[in-house]
Design a protein around this ligand. Sequence first.
Ligand code: NAG
Ligand code: NAG
Ligand code: NAG
Ligand code: NAG
Length: 669
Amino acid sequence: MQFFIATAVALAALTAAAPAPGHVLHEKRHTTDSKWVKRSRVPSGATLPMKIGLAQNGISAAEDWLHDVSDPSSSNYGKHWTPEQILDHFRPKDDTVDSVKNWLVSSGISAGSIKLSGDSGWLSFDATASQAEQLFSTQFHVFEHSEVGTTATACDEYHLPKHMQQHIDYISPGIKLIAPRSKAMAKRNLEKRRIGKIGQFKPLDSQQTGDYNPNDLSNCDVEITPNCIQALYKFTQGDKADPSNALGVFGKQPSIVLKLRSNQFTESLGDTYAKQDLDLYYKNYTSWVPQGTYPTLMGIDGGVAPFGNLSNAGGESDLDFELAVPIIYPQKSIVFQTDDMFYEDDPNFGGFGGFFNTFLDAFDKSYCAKNDPQLDPIYPDPNPGGFKGKKQCGGYTAPNVISISYGGQESDLPAAYQQRQCNEWMKLGLAGTSVLVASGDSGVGGREGQCLGASNTIFSPGFPNTCPWITSVGATKVYPGHSLKEAQPESAANDLAGHPYRDAYSSGGGFSNVFAIPKYQQDAVAKYFKNHDPGYKFYSSTGNNSFGAHGGIYNRKGKGFPDVAANGDNIAVYNAGRRGLSGGTSASTPIFAGLINRINEERLAVGKKSVGFVNTVLYQHPEVLNDVVNGSNPNCGTNGFSAVSGWDPVTGLGTPIYPKMLDLFMSLP
Ligand SMILES: *[C@@H]1O[C@H](CO)[C@@H](O)[C@H](O)[C@H]1NC(C)=O
Ligand SMILES: *[C@@H]1O[C@H](CO)[C@@H](O)[C@H](O)[C@H]1NC(C)=O
Ligand SMILES: *[C@@H]1O[C@H](CO)[C@@H](O)[C@H](O)[C@H]1NC(C)=O
Ligand SMILES: CC(=O)N[C@H]1CO[C@H](CO)[C@@H](O)[C@@H]1O
């Protein structure tokens, strides 16, 4: 008996280690959900509906294209691309389609059964399991979910002929195993959910709610008001409003349906703002934003805002508009509220893939067709409370600036999926949109101390803020006792649990396991390691979400984040009618985004274009930011990284000096 088992193991190891000649490893699952149990091999004659995601043309050149329109020394600075140019440059080449088709046909798939999706993003065909196993030099198994009993087909890894790799992003079914959809599971998953809004709220108690003079700048170490933000970053009220320059804010629908159904959801993945909260805040904290100043709703796939009554108002969306609007007013704002309430209930979809893809779909019809049938929401949604319309593909024009205070961890998604999405953020940069993303509130780890590796000690970078084509925003804080009169009153934000928020909060930062260091950041990161080596063991990996080699706890080859920072602690807010304090990179992001929007307004007024992707400029001109040199971002049983002079993976290049940033961007063509 023992002999038999040993033989079986040896055989399995042999098959896994010996791909067909000329085949190379293309994707391998690194993160495993132990609840998935591998059952039987898929019978060789069973039919598998295969899909191949084709590589987009131009991705390898895309970094240079983005530099061409965003590098101050380029003669094409600010000459953003039209949607047609973008489509043209990224459409898979005929050569890609033909090469993959020819390979399939020569491997025995009948030419007539191979279908190409409208925009050439996917090839689909039916294959028997044995055909598919041969094509991809793999084994397909049925996996059973130990809690729910549902099954899924997947492989642990697969291979491609070496010359096919450049043409193929990923295959389906492939390495992905996503948790099945059931309410019971959803509830359990919620406990460990790592993707969601970023930010914390603490209502002020009765002693603290007394009248407060928002003009008094001596209290900014206790309560950050719009006046404190103006004083910190040296700007005054705006006076212009170009109708084409409304600030876009990403919103996510709350899971009201399930809340009502089960009464057990105390925390929702998304939320909506309340008009009453915005009115209360503008009245109490500004003299210049009139009552009735609300964002324009651009709903996506059933998203609506506001929603429900005042008690349903969400801390995230309220915070975004309370912070950004006093900065940009009289410019307008937009809330892009995404997805129906069913998907919000369902961490399997809302919490993983579809999260930002349905948002990106609404700007780019061609991306829509490339959504992943296993990871992205499907509309119309047959579920109770689900959105019955068609999925929104295109239809909205991206605004000049988008502020996103949501995110998750890289380890929750396959690397190829993140790369595909990241390319889409890049296209927004090419089109002249600045995308700002909160760097996360858990220091070098994930939420509630979740880190990577068997001993939970490896740093866990967040997604999408490691995508090199967005601007990741970390959080700073004016510690009690410090005054705005000091040359540098701000330090990295770092609060212990209970001080003042329920959960420990420190500004997210670190190095990607998926994305390599982009050109514009190479010097900054090299200087950081040279002058301020953090001293931890590290590993060097790129492109595949693997981590932990050589006992290392962070990746020395990955994109460093955040890029910049802004205040994100003790922020005055109104939420659900209560006055309180809020904190998080969630607050920092709409502040930074608001200032970029102000700069665009000034550029538009003199006939220039929006600034688009700003990292290329900012890394060349760190003097337009306050270098933050105090504080750290602990998690994973370490003190994290430290804020030091120059760029660091805690506060990036630092916080804005608005007049200098404005002068710089106005001096560019
Ligand atoms: C507000 O909505 C909640 C359910 O989300 C409900 O329990 C409550 O009664 C509502 N309050 C008012 C004043 O309608
Ligand atoms: C992931 O990358 C590392 C180094 O870059 C490499 O050693 C490893 O083999 C890669 N794994 C896969 C599955 O490609
Ligand atoms: C530096 O940061 C610590 C918290 O990390 C804070 O207590 C201290 O006041 C800060 N010092 C300055 C000069 O801001
Ligand atoms: C400090 C302050 O001005 N508080 C006011 C905020 O707005 C509410 C509602 O209008 C007033 O009752 C408070 O006095």
